[in-house]
Design a protein around this ligand. Structure first.
Ligand SMILES: C[S@@+](CC[C@H](N)C(=O)[O-])C[C@H]1O[C@@H](n2cnc3c(N)ncnc32)[C@H](O)[C@@H]1O
Length: 371
């Protein structure tokens, strides 16, 4: 398997990372300049990989394509069957490409010139240790979401581990955790959890058929299909009973749409032109889907079960206030974690033990078809 190290991938996919998702910097949209498309200087009849990297880097820069160097390196190394240019041997870099390989480089580079994200151009991308198929418009997993998975793993492995803790067996051991992912996209979170937790089962749901299909495809490719249920389900309108094929769940995890609607227009051209905007747009306060997930949680979680959410840095305080004004949900934030940029990005919310708070049956949210 062709692997990228995490820091490298974080650097290279900065274009689509959390900072960009917050809509800080409007992207410059470029129009293709035919004079910039095919400059012929320093270009031999039988170009080598190194020459092609230089050539397409120049073309991308001339056309103001972001991450010009990385884009060109990714495309050429992909065509040569490698993940990165640095993993190619000196002889691979200095050998001329076949005419088929040159054509493939040209074909993929033309897509990048149309501002297609490199993940869609290649049709695959790494998330943690998995290589996942990518297809527009299904959301491309972002590097920070790897840390959301790590938090769920830390919790599951801690509570699920048979390890002895200070001389005592962990009292909350869950030998076969059941995890629900809401908004699975390509399956990045769900499949990473299954891969690392061999005793677990995951229910992965998404309101988009394209996402459901891609998660199915990725599950099959990774041979993880036996422990996953993938459902076409809308958290804003579906009934909570559908989420319980295996009974109450131990953990809910979600990287929901959380961009404030007013920030959507400032996202990069790559995102606006190719990704499903419903996967990002969280409504006026960025909490449209977050609130639905929290309203569903008490009905599907076991007592003391956990919800792990990726959110906008403005959300921890907003979610805290919202939960305080909805005590009937019996949920409270137990921890906020920062992302690799140092921003509060992940929430760990816990369901109270039965009897600790008001009775969940008193609460009725018509949009989630509660009993
Ligand atoms: C930010 S993407 C995350 C995708 C994937 N989990 C990841 O991290 O790469 C949000 C996902 O939630 C899905 N989604 C949006 N609203 C939803 C809803 N109401 N019910 C279920 N899924 C929803 C979108 O289709 C999209 O796939």
């Amino acid at each position: 398997m062709r692997l990228l190290t995490s820091p490298l991938r974080r650097m290279l996919s900065g274009l689509l990372n959390c900072c960009e998702r917050e809509g800080g910097r409007p992207s410059k949209c470029c129009s293709l300049n035919p004079h910039h498309l095919l400059p012929r200087q320093n270009f031999s009849a039988k170009p080598t990989a190194a020459e092609l990297v230089r050539y397409w880097h120049g073309v991308f820069e001339a056309n103001r394509i972001p991450e010009a160097q990385e884009s060109s390196e990714y495309i050429i190394s992909y065509v040569l069957g490698a993940k990165t240019i640095h993993s190619l041997s000196a002889s691979s870099l200095s050998n001329p490409l076949t005419s088929e390989q040159q054509q493939q480089v040209q074909w993929l580079s033309m897509k990048r010139l149309q501002r297609m994200p490199v993940q869609y151009v290649l049709g695959e991308w790494d998330f943690r240790e998995l290589t996942l198929k990518m297809r527009p418009p299904v959301f491309i997993p972002r590097p920070e979401t790897e840390d959301l998975v790590s938090l769920v793993l830390q919790k599951s492995q801690r509570s699920g581990s048979p390890a002895v803790n200070a001389g005592h067996r962990c009292p909350t051991a869950i030998p076969h955790p059941v995890i629900l992912e809401i908004g699975c996209g390509s399956g990045a979170i769900a499949l990473s959890l299954l891969n690392k937790l061999p005793q677990s089962r995951v229910i992965a749901v998404d309101k988009e058929e394209a996402a459901v299909n891609l998660t199915c495809e990725n599950a099959q490719r990774l041979q993880l299909q036996d422990r996953i249920r993938i459902l076409h389900y809308d958290a804003c309108s579906g009934s909570w009973e559908q989420l319980l094929p295996w009974g109450p769940v131990d953990t809910i995890v979600s990287n929901p749409p959380y961009v404030f609607h007013e920030d959507m227009a400032h996202l990069a051209e790559e995102i606006l032109s190719y990704e499903d905007l419903d996967a990002l747009d969280g409504g006026n306060d960025g909490m449209r889907v977050i609130k639905k997930i929290l309203a569903l949680a008490p009905f599907i979680l076991k007592d003391l079960g956990s919800v792990f959410l990726e959110v906008d840095p403005r959300h921890p305080e907003m979610v805290e206030n919202w939960l305080q004004s909805h005590p009937e949900l019996s949920l409270s934030i137990s921890a906020t974690h920062k992302d690799f940029c140092g921003k509060p990005r992940f929430l760990h919310i816990q369901k109270h033990k039965a009897g600790d708070s008001s009775n969940k049956k008193d609460f009725a949210c018509p949009s989630v078809h509660l009993p």
